[in-house]
Structures are given as C-alpha cells and as structure tokens.
Design a protein around this ligand. Structure first.
Ligand code: GRF
Length: 206
C-alpha cells in the first residue's frame, strides 16, 4: 500500500510510520511526503531518509484549480493508495477528496466531535479540554470530508485526565497514544480490514 503523507510541521507521526515500515511492522511504503510549508522539519526528515517529498502550497499557483491539479499529479505519480494527514494544517480540496474517496485519513489529538474544528490544533486543543474541565481526552482517527475534523471515525482511544494535569503533560500523553495507534489504523487499511457504510466504519477481524 502506497502512502502519501501530508504534514505541515514536525512530523513525529510521520517518523513513527516510517520506523514501523523500516522494522517490517507495517507493510506499506511512504511513496511521497507533501508539505505546504517550505521549511517544515518533516521535509528535512524526508530528505535525510531518501523519501520522495514535495513542497506544494496554494500560494505557488494563481488558480486553486492549478494547485489541485498539481497535487493530483504528484499523488498519481506516487501511485497513492491512502493519503495520511499527519499534522497537515490545510483543508483538503474537493477534487482530491473525490478522487481519493474514503482514502484520506486524519488524526486529531482529542475525542471528536468535541474540541475539533478551525483553530483546534497543537496546545490549544489541550488547553480547551482542560479549561472545559473534561475528565477524559484522547485521540480520533477519522476519514476526511470537506469539514475540519469531521468524517467517519475509524478509531478512538481515551485516557484519563489526572488531578493537576497540565497542557504539556496532557500533550505528551496524547502524543504517546498517537504514536501507538495511528500506525494501527493504517495497518487496518493495508490489510483490507476496513468496511465503510455511510458514517459507520467497522474493522473486520481475520
Ligand atoms: C498531532 O497532534 C495530530 O493529532 C495533529 O497534528 C499533530 C501532528 O504532530 N493533527 P506531528 O507533526 O506528527 O508531531
């Protein structure tokens, strides 16, 4: 299964996916890494590890259609089977969602549909969770549709919020969950175990 990873920042999830593949724990290939940020650390990571990568951003094109065409061309050249968003800060355009229908995955550092949407990224998600007084938080892996942090849920894992929890302590607990379970969800796709019926995603056990 050929993965196209979209990332805007540090790319720790991307690194974990790469490590699992290198260790033979995930039968997939990172065919391309795409970033909208020219100097994103994830692009350095790609170059260091000889993974094909591209900086592609809306601002490089006059018309949005040209941007989508360029993305579609790169995705097609990479023979993409699954698009994996790993900290990608932009919306995915309709032409890409149409071509890769039900084949675009995202991970969000909270339990959707709470604490999602525009502006809910990085530490602000954890701040909102703590400010609200939530007693649990977690991660959500979902299929992407045209709204931010929206679409059929593939996997959720929850953790308890401890007494005296801080934004940073919560962030590190959540990151550990992401690193453990994003690969798991990708593996379900690689193994052809994901069955989608409307909003309902079920994982077929072998
Ligand atoms: C993760 O918290 C993910 O849930 C969110 O963006 C962050 C990406 O982190 N969508 P990294 O760049 O993979 O370290």
């Amino acid at each position: 299964m050929n993965l196209a990873i979209f990332a805007s920042g540090k790319g720790s999830n991307c690194r974990v996916i790469h490590e699992h593949i290198a260790a033979g724990k995930l039968s997939a290939k990172i065919a391309i890494i795409i970033s909208n940020v020219a100097n994103a650390p994830v692009l350095d990571f790609a170059r260091t590890n000889n993974i094909p990568c591209r900086h592609l951003a809306r601002e490089q094109f006059t018309e949005i259609g040209e941007f989508h065409d360029a993305l579609l061309r790169v995705l097609s050249e990479a023979q993409t089977d699954l698009i994996v968003l790993a900290g990608y800060m932009k919306k995915i355009g309709a032409p890409i969602l149409q071509k890769y229908y039900h084949r675009v995955l995202n991970i969000h550092p909270a339990l959707l549909p709470a604490f999602g949407g525009k502006g809910m990224y990085g530490i602000s998600v954890h701040r909102a969770v703590l400010d609200y007084g939530a007693k649990i938080s977690g991660i959500t892996v979902h299929l992407v549709d045209e709204e931010y942090d929206h679409g059929p849920i593939v996997l959720q894992k929850a953790i308890e919020i401890d007494e005296g929890e801080t934004e940073t302590s919560l962030a590190s607990k959540i990151q550990a969950l992401e690193h453990r379970y994003y690969v798991e969800a990708i593996r379900w796709f690689a193994d052809g175990r994901v069955h989608i019926n409307g909003r309902q995603v079920s994982i077929i056990s072998h």
